[in-house]
Design a protein around this ligand. Structure first.
Ligand code: ADP
Ligand code: MG
Length: 342
């Protein structure tokens, strides 16, 4: 008879980490999302050796109280939800309370934070699953998380890390997608000490479009139409690329649901249909679209990495997206290429 044993907490965290921490960019995603949830206006991401050696995310958000630092790193500990009802209405990027526990179980981890209204910062370190007591440290209001030697204790994962350049490209792509999600936040990315990307906070429509151009290319603003349409509790805004902006790969498709980048079957189908008669076979549309709806109308607790969502009213969402985009693109069919939508 095999013996049934309860797993030690450290191993539980490592197994959970396996679900969300696939590569360095997954760590960056979790940390930057935490910074966004903390209300940061400025987020700095420093990477060394494609993230294998160091990932550091610094923010000017609300910070963490000294006596909650250890709890922040514990699994299933979160400030974002407290009940099932909260889960149904969740508007933050995080809510599972697992990211810091997972990351700190597969890397050398440090968290330094100064909470709003406090004049001392504190730092905790976790190494090999062992957490030190919080010590006073220097830090302006906000938090810094340092993740060193990712997967140093998970050789199977470490082996699957790609070339430095490839891992960094994943991080850069991810940062671009987050920067499009929150255009009013300043993002800075550096690699091996060199600044790679500086995206200043976009405070107006012109600056927003500038940020879009930095991600999708300088030609994109001329090759796209502005969309802004609301009906039945759904609001779709953003930019749809004209056929001239289409690509040979589906790598310029950004669709956000309540600020979260998603890859959704219903969305993909509606978009594909809307573009069906304006795009040549094998071409892929480029777009940046934001769908806003009541958080209760969409379940984000479908996948640990939250790439997928489930709409309560799938048909309604599908038809709204299809009709809005189809109408916008109708102008290109009529030959009025480049005219903004009224
Ligand atoms: P979740 O984001 O799902 O709540 P995490 O493990 O990512 O879980 O973070 C745990 C908690 O630590 C968060 O709920 C939050 O209270 C706190 N936290 C993490 N990162 C930050 C940050 N950059 N600024 C402020 N608080 C943070
Ligand atoms: Mg989180």
């Amino acid at each position: 008879m095999p013996v049934i044993r309860a797993l030690p907490p450290e191993l539980i965290n490592q197994i959970a980490a396996g679900e969300v921490i696939e590569r360095p960019s997954s760590v960056v995603k979790e940390l930057v999302e935490n910074s966004l949830d903390a209300g940061a206006t400025r987020i700095e991401v420093d990477i060394e050796q494609g993230g294998a050696r160091l990932i550091r995310v610094r923010d000017d958000g609300c910070g963490i109280a000294a006596d909650e630092l250890q709890l922040a790193v514990a699994s299933h500990a979160t400030s974002k939800i407290g009940s099932f009802d909260d889960l149904e209405h969740v508007a933050s990027m995080g809510f599972r309370g697992e990211a810091l526990a997972s990351v700190s179980s597969v890397a050398r981890f440090a968290l330094t934070s100064r909470a709003q209204g406090q004049d001392t910062a504190f730092r905790i370190e976790v190494d090999g699953g062992k957490m030190q007591a919080a010590r006073p440290a220097q830090h302006p209001q906000g938090s810094s998380v340092e993740v060193r030697d990712l997967f140093y204790n998970v050789p199977a994962r470490r082996k699957f890390l790609r070339a430095e350049r490839t891992e960094f490209a994943h991080i850069d792509d991810l940062l671009k997608s987050l920067a499009l999600a929150r255009r009013s936040v300043e993002f800075r990315l550096s690699h091996n000490g060199k600044p790679v990307r500086i995206l200043k906070a976009a405070r107006d429509e012109g600056a927003a479009l500038q940020r879009v151009a930095e991600v999708l290319g300088e030609e994109f603003p001329q090759q796209s139409l502005r969309v802004d349409h609301a009906a039945a509790g759904l609001h779709l805004s953003g930019w749809v690329g004209l056929p001239t902006a289409s690509r040979s790969q589906a790598d310029s498709q950004y669709f956000y649901v309540n600020g979260r980048l998603v890859r959704d079957r219903i969305v993909a189908h509606a978009v594909r249909q809307a573009y069906a008669d304006v795009l040549f076979h094998g071409r892929h549309a480029a777009f940046v679209l934001y769908l806003e709806l009541d958080p209760a109308g969409v379940d984000v607790n479908v996948h640990p990495a939250k790439h997928e969502v489930r709409f309560r009213e799938q048909r309604l969402v599908h038809d709204f997206l299809f009709r809005t985009l189809h109408e916008a693109l109708a102008q290109t069919r009529a030959g009025h290429v480049g005219l903004p939508m009224q």
